[in-house]
Design a protein around this ligand. Structure first.
Ligand SMILES: C[S@@+](CC[C@H](N)C(=O)[O-])C[C@H]1O[C@@H](n2cnc3c(N)ncnc32)[C@H](O)[C@@H]1O
Length: 383
């Protein structure tokens, strides 16, 4: 992996001085006023001001989106454009309230004006409808936002119980294998709903043609396995997850006629051995849930069951993803803090952990939408 050369002491001092100067300038109201008027700086100033306002107002935009989803506005508009009065009646709002919501949603690209003043589905609204996982994510964010109402308290560890901690009970549990079906049903459904795009992007990024058996660790209700099975009919599967989650996977495999190719095993991956016999292990959205010690223990457990030269697929959203930087550090950083364990990691951090766990030939593969998932492949060392 190419490493960036460390700056010389002189270069570092020069940079620090330039950054101090830049910040003094940017903080100066006189400079701001000038930059907003001068033709060459005006577009940059406008972009920065808009970005700053979006930082301040992001929560409000999210709540506009939540209202659209709770009122099922987007599926209604997907049937065709409607005049305001009809729409207001369909979503049970006064015309004034519906107009307020629609005008807000229009500026966010969720809806758009059509001929005769009717409202139709906007480009972002259409994209969102194409991925039902997003609506489910938005709805469960009400818990995240409740937990983030006091972000400093959360950072200081002053909140002993968080809503997300209750939603993801394994995150804070000393004995996750004692969780019941009731504890896992909601998060497992959310994971299944948001898995479709991820599975597709992982399968597109890495060919499984030359593998025989995939073990999906923390595989949820088998949605990932089922997508891989459809693409690669020669593969057999093992799935490992907490007992009530594995039971759901077993049901899915039976429902989809996969029982002859796919087995589900229930247990605790921190204490129970993983099933042997696979030449490929996948960890999809699993490692970022865990603090460093546990994450390393999972990687070591995966290494133990792979034959020499066997392959590991590690797929999850990662930090330092170009073009999606806040998704890793800001969104997942605070999401996982509220959940109670784990952290987002850069490919370099994951690579170092994989090396410690005994893997070699570690490569970051290109995925279609790294914002959703990045992919690292690695080989189990020989001996
Ligand atoms: C974030 S979900 C990801 C599920 C699936 N891989 C996906 O991407 O949709 C993490 C999964 O790890 C499982 N898990 C968490 N702790 C576990 C443990 N100690 N032993 C076994 N499975 C565990 C959870 O039940 C859950 O299904």
């Amino acid at each position: 992996m190419a490493r960036r050369r460390a700056p010389t002491a002189f270069g570092a001092r020069l940079r620090e001085r330039w950054l101090e100067r830049r910040n003094r300038l940017l903080a100066s109201p006189r400079f701001q006023r000038w930059a907003a008027g001068f033709p060459l700086t005006r577009p940059v100033a406008a972009r920065r001001a808009r970005h700053l306002f979006d930082l301040c107002a992001g929560f409000v935009y999210s709540q506009v989106l939540l209202a659209c989803i709770q009122l099922r506005l987007l599926p209604i508009l997907a049937e065709g454009p409607l005049p305001l009065s009809d729409l207001a009646a369909r979503v049970d709002l006064s015309e004034a309230a519906a107009e307020r919501l629609l005008r807000a949603a229009e500026t966010l690209g969720l809806v758009e004006r059509r001929t005769g003043g009717a409202f139709g589905l906007g480009a972002q609204g259409a994209a969102l409808l194409g991925n039902p996982g997003i609506s489910a994510m938005v709805q469960h964010h009400t818990m995240l936002y409740a937990d983030l109402a006091d972000p400093v308290g959360l950072l200081r560890g002053e909140r002993r119980r968080t809503e997300l901690g209750g939603y993801w009970p394994y995150a804070g549990s000393a004995q996750p294998s004692s969780l019941t079906a009731e504890h896992v049903v909601e998060y497992t459904a959310l994971m299944a709903e948001s898995q479709a795009l991820i599975a597709g992007d992982v399968i597109d990024a890495f060919s499984l043609r030359h593998h025989n058996c995939l073990l999906d660790v923390g595989g949820g209700d088998g949605t990932f396995v089922s997508a891989v099975a459809a693409r690669w009919p020669h593969l057999r599967f093992k799935l490992f997850d907490l007992p009530p989650v594995a039971a759901r996977a077993r049901q899915r495999f039976a429902r989809e006629g996969l029982s002859a190719r796919a087995e589900a095993f229930g247990g605790d991956m921190m204490t129970d051995p993983l099933p042997e016999g696979a030449d490929l292990v996948s960890l999809v959205r699993v490692i970022h849930d865990h603090d460093d010690d546990s994450a390393l223990a999972i990687l070591r457990a995966a290494h133990r069951v792979l034959p020499p030269g066997g392959t590991l697929l590690l797929a999850e959203p990662m930090s330092a993803t170009r073009g999606a930087e806040p998704v890793g550090e800001a969104y997942f950083g605070f999401y996982l803090l509220a959940m109670g364990s784990g952290r987002p990691r850069t490919p370099a951090e994951l690579t170092a952990m994989l090396e410690t766990a005994g893997f070699t030939r570690i490569a970051v593969e290109r995925t279609r939408r790294p914002l959703l998932t990045s992919l690292i492949t690695a080989r189990a060392s020989r001996g």
